[in-house]
Design a protein around this ligand. Structure first.
Ligand SMILES: [Mg+2]
Length: 346
């Protein structure tokens, strides 16, 4: 059994601005699983996010190569080898996710990784439209593009321009569209200080905001707990989940902060196994969740979407964050297709 690594670089159509910098290139590593006794092939994508993944390091590819050699040396079926490595790979979520995808693809002999209505192409998943940071005019224009495409749930990255401009933008939107027309989600990516967070959330709350992701920086569990308890807008954790890998620590984070939602990116938050574990722990605590992609190519996006359908479906109502398929000029062709605000496997 061979597990090859194929490095890839993808090019953004437009530079993607986040609070952690601007991306123009996206590097990822494809894993290709083959076996002499079979004509099947399994492809998975390992896509750590620069400056955000705990795995981001100049030695990423060396570590990935060691993991591949370890997988090759084990005995048993691909699934048995993966099962024996899953615990070991908890600190390497993007590598685990790539391996899980490659094994599923190989074992099923199809890019339909799960037996769900979504993977069979019978139903779609609603997704939110993402408006990247920019100046007020750019953000307004991008929002209008999303509305024209039929999106009802729009997520704004906030915290880059000054807060007054962001509030003015959201006020303008709400003057035209009520909460029945547009659900507004916000993501501060940790941009607020603890001292400012609550008054900013009070301001935002005047405009019927569905949720705020990561109002303050991660690793401040007690401060985040105070904000989550007092916030008029439901608080969602994203970056705070990074590096929290053991079930006990996951439970401790959820019990300490008591967020309304957690947002799961398999490439960052434990691969498929770790994502399922987070969702089970959240459900036990009445904490909601949704799944989002993390700037993977279509190989990763397809796997993330199929995982979401397997975990939450059939009949997913809550928009998921899977709208990143159009970002690259040189994406890999896969049967994931965005029609309006609905993602399909066709
Ligand atoms: Mg986020």
């Amino acid at each position: 059994m061979k597990l090859n690594i194929i490095p890839r670089t993808f090019h953004f159509r437009q530079p993607a601005g986040t609070s952690r910098g601007v991306y123009t290139l996206r590097k990822s590593w494809m894993l290709e699983l083959t076996d002499a006794s079979s004509s099947c092939k399994g492809i998975g994508e390992c896509a750590p996010l620069p400056a955000l993944s705990q795995e981001d390091s100049p030695h990423y590819e060396d570590t990935l190569r060691e993991i591949c050699r370890h997988f090759e040396r084990l005995d048993g079926t691909p699934q048995e080898r993966l099962d024996r490595m899953t615990n070991l790979l908890r600190p390497y979520p993007s590598m685990l996710f790539g391996l899980e995808t490659a094994v599923l693809h190989f074992v099923r002999g199809s890019v339909r990784l799960f037996d769900t209505p979504f993977s069979r192409g019978e139903e779609s998943i609603p997704i939110n439209g993402l408006v990247w940071m920019g100046n007020r005019d750019e953000m307004y224009r991008r929002m209008e593009e999303k509305l024209a495409k039929g999106f009802h749930c729009i997520k704004f990255k906030i915290g880059a321009i000054d807060f007054d401009s962001e509030i003015a933008l959201i006020r303008d939107i709400r003057q035209r569209f009520g909460p029945q027309d547009i659900e507004i989600r916000t993501d501060a990516n940790g941009a607020f200080s603890e001292a400012d967070a609550l008054w900013k959330l009070d301001e935002l709350a005047r405009y019927d905001i569905h949720s705020i992701e990561q109002p303050i920086r991660q690793h401040q569990w007690e401060a985040m707990a105070r904000i989550a308890a007092a916030s008029p807008i439901p608080v969602a954790l994203d970056e705070d989940l990074i590096g929290v890998n053991s079930p006990a620590m996951k439970a401790e984070l959820l019990d300490t902060v008591r967020p309304a939602y957690i947002i799961l990116k398999p490439s960052l938050h434990g691969g498929m196994a770790g994502t399922r574990e987070w969702i089970a722990l959240a459900r036990q605590r009445n904490i909601g969740s949704w799944i989002t992609s993390a700037l993977e190519s279509n190989v990763g996006l397809s796997a993330v979407a199929q995982l979401a359908a397997d975990v939450y479906g059939p009949g997913i109502q809550m928009p998921q964050g899977l709208g990143t398929g159009q970002l690259f000029t040189d994406n890999i062709p896969m049967p994931v297709l965005l029609e309006g605000s609905e993602l399909w496997m066709r």
